[in-house]
Design a protein around this ligand. Structure first.
Ligand code: AMP
Ligand code: GLY
Length: 419
């Protein structure tokens, strides 16, 4: 098969790396890719959101299967455009991606599907939102409706913070069209966990458990990021919890999407709050988590490609995935400044010695080559990932590799996997 992976982050490097080992693959491409992905696939200079360019490339290159990594091209209808040309693609249609792209749509769907979630109201008018917040009291959570790169959610401990979040979205238009509407919801107390399942429209296959660390600083302080690290498995997702999540959250959502003509195929990534009353759904993403995907691909023993194709073909029932008993830890190395404006252009050295341990794999998230030199070119730059007999062993291996990397402008959290 001729396969294309779309995207340029650590998630796409992990997908490309796992897919490149498939005996089904004759040639693997990635658009646009990065310096690390270039070691697994032929990188093509087409942006992940250039739907027309990607469709033309797939047509000209007779691509058999496309794996879409990030949410932006899904929401723009890349999978719809490919399928219209007869090109098979893994990922939801634009209509089904609304489960991530509109929090208002998603919350209404959760209620129609009787999925446990925080009580909420949707608002476009700031005065009405503030009146509701005043009558409700704090703590309370304010969310921009649309995609806001992880910056659209404010967990407000007091009323003033909540009012400011309302103004930021509805008055100052800080999220432009993604924040014309907001969701205001109850604060849920508990432990957070995430849950991934492959979905083929009707059936769902749970993946190994994983958890990420969203805050930028050690001890979970500072601003939210896309994720500063991840580990798998997650001790919170016991078989009993997994069973509840499948029965109460994943399968009802898949059935509701099918009933409502938004058949979901791809990967559903649920953000959960494990509360005293059981798991509750914070949100769905319509793609793999990044860096959760890195630890999942590290632990996956099976060839991922037949599973992704089965999700597309609606035959997931026949698929069984095997996972290493080992744990995996991914430490993200980010550029100084991240999650704000990152410092770009610094040279990274020492990767060859860092990967001399066969249980370590370094996934690139934001790198490019300048002649032979490896250059930092993004916020999250590397995902140093290791396997080990337990989380502590994997973590020590990952940090030993981190310490062999010579990059002046980067930083990482030192407590990944300690939670
Ligand atoms: P979301 O993008 O909806 O997953 O929200 C981002 C983060 O905000 C989550 O990972 C939680 O830490 C927090 N959060 C979102 N909704 C709630 C809620 N209802 N109660 C408490 N924390 C929340
Ligand atoms: N790691 C969080 C996310 O991918 O949304």
């Amino acid at each position: 098969m001729r396969v294309l992976v779309v995207g340029s982050g650590g998630r796409e490097h992990a997908l490309a790396w796992a897919i490149s080992a498939s005996p089904l693959v004759d040639q693997l491409f990635c658009a646009p890719g990065n310096a690390g992905i270039a070691e697994e696939a032929e990188c093509i200079a087409i942006g992940a959101t250039d739907v027309g360019g990607l469709v033309r490339f797939c047509h000209n290159q007779r691509i058999d299967f496309v794996v879409v990594g990030p949410e932006a091209p899904l929401v723009l209808g890349l999978v719809d455009a490919l399928e219209a040309e007869g090109i098979a693609a893994f990922g939801p249609s634009a209509a089904a991606s609304a489960i991530e792209a509109s929090k208002g749509f998603a919350k209404d769907l959760f209620v129609r599907a009787r999925i446990p979630t925080a009580a909420y109201r949707r608002f476009r008018d700031p005065a009405a939102a503030k009146a509701f917040i005043a009558s409700h009291g704090a703590p309370i959570v304010v969310k921009a409706d649309g995609l806001a790169a992880g910056k659209g959610v404010v967990v407000a401990a007091d009323l003033d913070t909540a009012y400011r979040a309302v103004d930021a979205a509805l008055v100052e238009r800080r999220f432009s069209s993604a924040g014309l509407e907001i969701v205001v919801e109850d604060f849920l107390a508990g432990e957070e966990a995430s849950f991934h399942a492959l979905v083929d429209g009707k059936n769902a296959l749970p993946l190994a458990s994983a958890q990420d660390h969203k805050r930028v600083g050690d001890g979970d302080i500072g601003p939210n990021t896309g994720g500063m690290g991840a580990f798998s498995p997650s001790p919170l997702l016991t078989p009993a919890v997994e069973g509840m999540v499948m029965e109460r959250i994943i399968l009802p959502a898949v059935a509701a999407m099918q009933r409502e003509g938004r058949v979901f195929k791809g990967v559903l990534y649920a953000g959960l709050m494990l509360t005293a009353e059981g798991p509750m759904l914070l949100e769905f993403n319509a793609r793999f988590g990044d860096p959760e995907c890195q630890v999942l691909m590290m632990r996956l023993m099976s060839d991922p490609l037949p599973a992704l194709i089965a999700a597309h073909d609606g035959v997931l029932k026949s698929v069984d995935l095997r996972w290493h008993a080992d744990s995996a830890v991914c430490v993200v190395m980010a550029a100084n400044g991240y999650p704000g404006e990152p410092q770009r252009g610094g040279e990274i050295r020492g990767l060859e010695t860092a990967v001399s341990d066969p249980k370590v794999k370094i996934f690139h998230a934001g790198t490019r080559r300048d002649n032979q030199r490896l250059i930092a070119d993004g916020g999250r730059v590397l995902g140093v990932t290791a396997l080990g007999g337990d989380i502590a062993v994997a973590r020590d291996r990952a940090y030993a590799a981190v310490d062999r990397i010579d990059w002046r402008d980067g930083f990482c959290r030192r407590d990944i996997g300690e939670r």
